[in-house]
Structure formats: C-alpha cells, structure tokens
Design a protein around this ligand. Sequence first.
Ligand code: 5AD
Ligand code: SF4
Length: 430
Amino acid sequence: MKLYIKTFGCQMNFYDSARMRDALRVLGYTDTEDPAEADILLLNTCHIREKASEKLFSEIGRLNKFKKKNALLIVAGCVVQADGEEILKRAHSVDIAVGPQNYHRLPELITRFNRSKGRLVLADFPAESKFDFLPESQATGASCFLAVQEGCDHFCSYCVVPYTRGCEYSRPADEILTEAKQLVRTGAKEIMLLGQNVNGWHGEGAKDLGDIIRMLAEIEGLERIRYTTSYPSEMTDNIITAHRDVPKLMPYIHLPIQSGSNTILKAMNRQYTREQYLDIIDRFRSVRPDIAISSDFIVGFPGETESDFQQTMDLVQQVEYASSFSFKFSARPGTPASIMKNQIAEPIKTERLIKLQELLLAQQKQFNLNTIGKTLDILLIEPGKTKGQISGYTPYLQNTHIIADSSLLGQIVKVKITSATATSLSGKLI
Ligand code: 5AD
Ligand code: SF4
C-alpha cells in the first residue's frame, strides 16, 4: 500500500510527517511521490499566516483529480487544530482530520474509518504524550530533525502556535538520546533539534538544552548538531558556551527578534528589549566570532510607525545577518493583535517588507561572498539540479553545490569555495 505525504510550513511539520510515515510504515504503507497511485493521501498543514491555510484548500482541489476511488484523504497539522470541523464541512473529499498532538492515533483512526466509513476529526490535547506511542524513528537522510520540545507558553500577541500546538512540553533527556541513536544508526550524520521554543527546554534528566547538546555530542557517528527555534530571553550561558566547547555544535543561531522597536516588542508581548537582544548576540559572538546569525521579522504590526520600522532597519545594520525570514503581519483569527485598532495598510506593509528584504538579502550575499577562497566542510545531502552536481551545507548552513560523484552523498567533504550568490555557494572538492 502506498502513502503520499505533502507537508506545508515549519520544520516541526516536516518532522511530524516523518513520524507519521514511521507510524504508517508499521501498517505496511510505503512512500510514493505520485498521488495517483496512493492509498493514503496525507496533507500536513500550516496555520501560521493566511496564505498557508488557503494553500490547503487549493491542494485538496488538486488532489481530488488524482485520488483513487478508495484512497483515504487525511488532513493533519495546525489548520486541523484550529478549524478541523470546518475542513470537513468545506472539503467533502476529506475523510480524516487529525491535530498535531494525536498522530500516534493515526493507525486507530484509519481502522475506525474503514470499519464505519464515518468521517472523523480528532483535535483534542490528550493527556498522554504521542511520543510514548510512536514507533522508532528512522533517518530520512543524512540530516534529520528530532523534536525535543513542543508547544509554546509565550503567547506573542500575533501568533497562533500556543493555540494550535498547545502548552510547552519538553521530552525527557533519555528519550531524546534514544531517538538520536536510532537516527544515527539508520544513517543520520546531522541532527537538528527542534522546538517552538527549543532553548526553553526544561525536561527531566538534564539541566537545559546546553546539557542535551553536550550529551548528544558523545554519540559516535553523529557529526553535526543544530537547534531551532530559540526565544531570546530564554537563552542560557550553558547553550552559548556550548558553541565554544562542542565542535559538533554548528556555528549558527536562529534567534528571531521580530522587531527592532521596544514599543512594538512590547505590543507583541515579546519578553525582551532590543538592548537585551543585542547583548545576547554579543555573547554568542564573544565565544564564537564567526557564528552565523539568523532571525525572523514581522513588518506592519499594528501601530508600527515609520520610526519603529526604521529601528528594525538600524538593528539589522548593526547585527549583520547571515540569513533571515521576514513577513508582513497577518491578522490571525483569535489572536489579540488581530483585533488591535491601529492596523497598518497593506501597501505600507508591502513597502516596508521590500525595503527590509533588500537589506537582509544584501547582508546574506555579503556573508556568502566572505567565504570565497575558504575551505569548508560540506555535509552532502542531495543530488544537485544539474547532472553530476551534488549539494550540501556548510557549518553556517549555506547551501553549496559541487561537481562530484553521488556516492559521496551522506559524507562530510572539504570544499574550496569558488563563487557565491545571495542564496548559494559553489566550490571544488579537495
Ligand atoms: N503574521 C506574520 N508573521 C508571523 N509569524 C508568526 N505569526 C505571524 C503573523 N501572525 C512569523 C514570526 C515567527 C515565524 C515562524 O512566523 O516571525 O517567528
Ligand atoms: Fe509564536 Fe511567540 Fe511562541 Fe514563537 S514564541 S511560537 S512567535 S507565541
């Protein structure tokens, strides 16, 4: 039996898709890239901004054309958590809708559906942890995700995550270690530790994420460790100094600031100031001067003045980012910011986003240009776009293309960087 999965949104969703694949593999389902031959079509959805959930309905329309007569159409992810019943009402071809905390119950839901043919929605927050019931993880390639923490208690005024993913939960250290070993045994060389608030990890069996990183670094065969996403005021010295002490921890930190204006940060309910953020960046740079810094930004938050926006631009000038993600504020139903009075007009949001992205892209390009002539370790992950080419990532998470035999995939090789654009590097295998 064949399983077709399409994933939208963040890395946590890609991790979840891998775990659902593991759960369905036990029932005898193997992967297909062709929806027309699938017995199960699974869409893993994202609710973070408007466009993300619109995509779901256009994707369902597309899949209806391919869907075999008795194939199941399952919708998973954060849109289900927010609007499960609505999905079933609006899209008649959907058989099962399952929220992010219920993936371990997928096999049971499929059996129930097949028995009764009744359409099902499961989007509660169960008392048990899904991680206790999911089967062993298998590596999806040389670089794998591992969720160590999920959910968020920060309630930034614009964000749906605390409502769709629920409150913070940190997995115990021994469970993380066991899963990391499973991933390495099945082919992982790099593990990206995931959490909506990953540096706020506070589970059993370790002091903080810094200790988890130090513990994972002992695993033989694991070459690289990364983590994302961090929340500024939860950063600990033990995580920062791990960047000095643990060679396997890559020199890259994704630390979203969202806005450079303290007024806007306050309205967003972000629990730090611009000054505190800059201080954390300094501390990272003092232990690891070459560290690549990345961030998320929102422009056009309600009440954002030209001067607030200018403070974001100034902060970007000061930090010099290696990469970034930036968005126009999107009013999400049910969030406090969606009903704030002073909403910003769309053309102003667009204008600010263009200016900000121009600056960020120029910085990203400069960061990439600075690596020309250097020899860097590249973890080769996937075949390139053109024949004979393969690609992978530098320690700073720069996508790098080289001409080399595909038998090298999964290995870390030394590459001399010969050219760079804003989005990728090219180099020669040494
Ligand atoms: N509007 C725009 N961007 C948002 N993000 C989260 N919620 C919204 C929203 N309502 C962005 C933030 C966050 C990233 C994952 O998505 O920048 O860090
Ligand atoms: Fe959303 Fe804020 Fe939590 Fe990040 S920290 S997931 S932006 S509520």
